[in-house]
Design a protein around this ligand. Structure first.
Ligand SMILES: *Cc1c(COP(=O)(O)O)cnc(C)c1O
Ligand code: SF4
Length: 337
């Protein structure tokens, strides 16, 4: 008897196998050629990148699929819209040294990698100067020195790009150094990799994280319930079983998840995967992605309706980042009376 086993591709191979060519994307998803010109125009501004596990969740032949819309380059990306800029969060000015962003009193964010496993069209770092912000061996020594000089910092956030786009060995070396700083109590990892390539979560990484004296929090980035398939659920359950807290941040995107029932299903599916909703961000006004933006009042009304549908712990905090503020700015949901 022949039992067909699904071959398991390594995460490194999945990264290499990601689709980067618009023609191939349209062909594999059985989409009309009429989308090609726009896709090429958008792709020239910010490259196309979609790993296959994510691609497999996109419905074929549907140009409005909510997962497709997050990754398909469009002609609109080439339009200049007043008020939409290349560095909407003024990160370049909160960048005291290469790879480190320190905006909030007791946590710093480290740009661990310029690479992402997926390129999201709405990304607020789509114009970020990653080349000038690499953390190599030398920069890592300065990051540690910076932390020692700023003893009020008790939490380090690994971000990117995607911090999990780097090797386990590099992450574990970094963790070993951070473990030695008595001022730190928490380590946070902001990543979309467990969602787009679930195999990225190796046992080696999980064991290393569990062995740290720091409390580890993983903040995922999932915008739509269709992103959560069985492989994602299994991966999240493994993460949780290693004492890692799982949270989700999403971005509110016009035509993708700006709908009460989509948000309700998202929260419920997140919870089924052991993830709690954390933030729902209003879109950051980044150049090239204005077509995803929606009015603040629409967002407040949507979350007000969501509150009536869910227990409080499954309602994400509606927030936006306003440069210069000491924390994210929370927006009160609009409740119908
Ligand atoms: C969003 C962000 C954080 C984290 O903020 P929390 O409210 O703690 O999630 C930290 N540093 C920077 C630079 C940020 O943009
Ligand atoms: S995974 Fe995050 S950082 Fe990377 S492209 Fe998407 S939104 Fe941007």
């Amino acid at each position: 008897m022949n039992i067909a086993l699904t071959p398991i591709t390594s995460w490194q191979d999945e990264l290499k196998n990601a689709i980067t060519c618009p023609e191939q994307l349209l062909k594999e998803l059985e989409l009309p050629d009429s989308l090609l010109a726009g896709a090429k125009l958008g792709e020239a501004l910010f490259s196309l990148r979609v790993p296959r596990p994510y691609l497999s969740r996109i419905e074929k032949g549907n140009p409005n699929d909510p997962l497709l819309r997050q990754i398909l380059p469009l002609q609109e990306e080439a339009s200049t819209v007043p008020g939409y800029v290349s560095d909407p969060l003024a990160e370049n000015s909160a960048n005291p040294q290469s790879g480190l962003i320190h905006k909030y009193k007791n946590r710093v964010l480290l740009i661990m990698s310029g690479a992402c496993a997926i390129n999201c069209r709405y990304c607020f770092r789509r114009h970020f100067a990653y080349d000038e912000n690499q953390i190599g061996r030398q920069q890592w020594a300065s990051v540690l020195a910076y932390l020692k000089n700023n003893p009020q910092v008790n939490e380090v956030i690994l971000s990117g790009g995607d911090p999990l786009a780097t090797s386990d060995q590099r992450l574990l070396n970094i963790l070993a150094d951070l473990n030695q700083l008595p001022q730190l109590t928490r380590l946070r990892i902001h990543t979309r990799l467990p969602v787009v390539i679930p195999q990225r979560i190796t046992n080696n990484l999980l064991t290393g994280l569990q062995g740290s004296r720091l409390n580890v929090v993983m903040v995922l980035h999932i915008n739509h319930p269709n992103e959560i398939d069985d492989a994602v659920i299994r991966t999240c359950q493994r993460i949780k079983s290693h004492d890692i807290t799982l949270l989700n941040q999403a971005v509110l995107l016009k035509g993708i998840n700006d709908d009460v029932s989509v948000q309700k299903t998202l929260s419920e599916r997140l919870f089924a995967a052991s993830i709690l909703p954390y933030y729902l961000f209003l879109f950051d006004k980044v150049a090239g992605a204005a077509h995803f933006d929606l009015e603040e009042s629409v967002a407040k009304e949507l979350v007000g309706k969501l509150q009536a549908e869910l227990p409080g712990y499954l309602v994400p905090r509606l927030a936006r980042e306003i440069p210069g503020k000491p924390a994210k700015t929370l927006l009160a949901p609009l409740l119908n009376t």
